[in-house]
Design a protein around this ligand. Structure first.
Ligand code: PEP
Length: 234
């Protein structure tokens, strides 16, 4: 991969002033070596015109259209100018009971509408301690990734927002494992991001690990003072 991808997940945080402040902080960034994607809360994506970077959202419907009150289709998201959509984030799996099957349907809708799905996979602490990490990740990838055009984000669920990360050796092993699975599915070359507790202080080291094509950043993507050092780490 020639360009690293740095994706920010704002979750349900921020406001229009925060988007404007981030737009201002990012306006002079050299984008020749890095693709920056801000995955904003859905109502703020309309502000993408003021952003010099790519925009995305954090979910889309598994349905194309119809009587699904409250849902937003991938086509609608694409029409307002977003290019990316996070799918199957652990918070969606945990709080909205999203299964691999639903996540696969969402990813299909995204691809069909020209969006790039960032499909999240990762194990819980219980699964890690039971030695089930690879089994869980392989099942998630085989069941959730419908084909070419997606990005994978490996996000160990126990490390998200926890201020701790796996060791570099663990990240190397899991990213290598994910790359092998994708290869076996005919999806070699699919970018694989690492996510969970990425900060300015660890971003350069993490992005130098083989098969780490970029990072998905939660908390540290909300303020320019935290996000810019991650971008500068590329
Ligand atoms: C996330 O929720 O996708 C994430 C990576 O969060 P954090 O960086 O805050 O751990």
């Amino acid at each position: 991969m020639d360009k690293k991808i740095i994706a920010g997940n704002w979750k349900m945080n921020g406001n229009m002033d925060a988007v404007a402040l981030m737009a201002d902080a990012l306006k002079n960034i050299d984008l020749s070596h890095v693709t920056i994607v801000l995955c904003l809360p859905m109502p703020f994506v309309g502000a993408s015109a003021i952003l010099s970077v790519e925009t995305g959202v954090q979910d889309c419907s598994a349905h194309e259209s119809g009587a699904y009150t409250g849902e937003v289709s991938a086509r609608m998201i694409s029409e307002i100018g977003a290019k990316y959509v996070i799918i199957g984030h652990s918070e969606r799996r945990q709080y909205h009971n999203e299964t691999n099957l639903v996540i696969a349907e969402k990813a299909k809708q995204a691809l069909k509408s020209g969006l790039i799905p960032i499909i999240c996979v990762g194990e819980t602490m219980e699964e890690k301690q039971a030695g089930e990490t690879n089994t869980v990740i392989e099942k998630q990838i085989r069941e959730c990734v419908p084909g070419k055009g997606a990005i994978i984000a490996y996000e160990p669920r126990w490390a998200i927002g926890a201020g701790m990360t796996p060791s570099n050796e663990e990240i190397k092993r899991e990213h290598g494992f994910i790359a092998e699975i994708l290869e076996s599915m005919g999806l070699g070359g699919t970018p694989i991001l690492y996510g969970a507790s990425v900060k300015g202080g660890n971003a350069a080291e993490i992005m130098s690990i083989p098969n780490v094509d970029g990072v998905l950043v939660g908390g540290a993507s909300l303020k320019a003072e935290d996000f810019l050092p991650i971008i500068q780490a590329v």
